[in-house]
Design a binder for this molecule. Structure first.
Ligand code: ASP
Length: 334
């Protein structure tokens, strides 16, 4: 196994989860399809001048449109990555994934694979391999070449010639070859420093139950209560601006207080495209803090979900989860 930082990869595991990249036409539209390994091998063989590292291929089961991605699938993906590196001796992993939830999965894996001594790259395509103007081979070959040159350990998102940090980006376009971008979110956190062992990639995990609620004019306690009573352990509140919510509504605040008392970890992030949460700027924000809401700073929705799943799934005490939410673990706040 390759333990050097940014050393060129020489043996890559390609994990294929489905997505447009390998989809084929069905009666009901594009659907995930098997057989991508042979197509990838044929395409590479047709370009002998293209030098990429040795690779092997594993098809995940089931192959999905990434709209069907779940935290349970993330657990299987994490196990497949760890197996590839620790048991099959691969020194890098390339994950082929549908673009709709690729940024969520890449952010989630950034937190789930902490300490893994190999780079992991996510890519996909907006048009299936083989159709005119498809971006599939451009992305697959570019990602293989980037790994062949050497990438740092940790999770990366590669698309259209660009490497991005998954804990800072999102799918911002539903068309074109450039669907992902780094969001201009504030970088104002403090580093968590040495992390608890429970957070490293090889420690046992349980599935967590996390939800997201965007605030909107008219939201009230009944909306919130529906989620609080649904069995969630973590809630991401997408607040207005720098972290405000309907603080003149006592029933809404009581519901948040009740969530806190029940041990639900509530994090405020912003629904603005740029910037982040600073709960103490407005009274309407500091009242949220007074009922136990934590600041998610400049975290993206994708990063906040991935982080909460990792923290809540790691058998950590509630107070430790709450401490780490507000500290930077893998670039989500800094
Ligand atoms: N719906 C597809 C998916 O996410 C879209 C894509 O791959 O671009 O699987």
């Amino acid at each position: 196994m390759n333990r050097d930082n940014a050393a060129p990869a020489s043996h890559i595991m390609v994990l294929y989860t489905g997505g447009t990249i390998g989809m084929q036409a069905s009666e009901n539209g594009l659907a995930p399809a098997s057989g991508f390994e042979a197509r990838m091998a044929e395409q590479l063989a047709s370009q002998p001048a293209l030098v990429v590292p040795q690779w092997q291929f594993r098809e995940m089961s089931p192959l999905i449109d990434s709209a069907n991605m779940t935290p349970a699938y993330w657990q299987r993906l994490r196990e497949a990555v760890v197996e590839a590196v620790e048991i099959q001796g691969c020194d890098a992993v390339l994950i082929l994934h549908g673009t709709d939830t690729l940024a969520y999965s890449a952010a989630a894996m950034s937190f789930q694979l902490l300490g893994l001594s190999a780079p992991v790259v996510f890519t996909g395509a907006m048009l299936p391999a083989g159709v005119p103007d498809s971006d599939a081979w451009e992305n697959v070959n570019g990602a293989l070449q980037a790994l062949g040159k050497g990438l740092s350990c940790g999770v990366h998102l590669y698309f259209h010639g660009e490497l991005m940090q998954p804990t800072r980006c999102a799918k911002i376009r539903s068309f074109g070859r450039n669907p992902f971008a780094a969001l201009n979110r504030s970088r104002s956190g403090q580093t968590a420093g040495t992390l608890p062992t429970a957070l490293t990639y090889d420690q046992p995990r349980k599935l967590a139950n996390v939800a997201v609620l965007p605030l909107f004019p008219g939201i009230g306690a009944p909306h919130l209560n529906g989620l609080i009573d649904s069995g969630i352990q973590g809630l991401i509140l997408e607040c207005f601006g720098s972290g405000t919510g309907p603080s003149d509504n006592p029933a809404f605040l009581d519901s948040l207080q009740r969530a806190h008392q029940q041990g639900i970890c509530v994090i405020a992030i912003t629904q603005c495209h740029e910037g982040g949460v600073e709960l103490d700027v407005y009274e309407a924000g500091s009242r949220l803090r007074s009922v136990g809401v934590l600041s998610g700073g400049g975290m993206t929705r994708e990063a906040a979900i991935g982080k909460l799943h990792a923290l809540l799934g790691a058998h950590l005490p509630v107070e430790e989860v709450r401490r780490l939410v507000e500290l930077d673990v893998c670039g989500e706040l800094l």
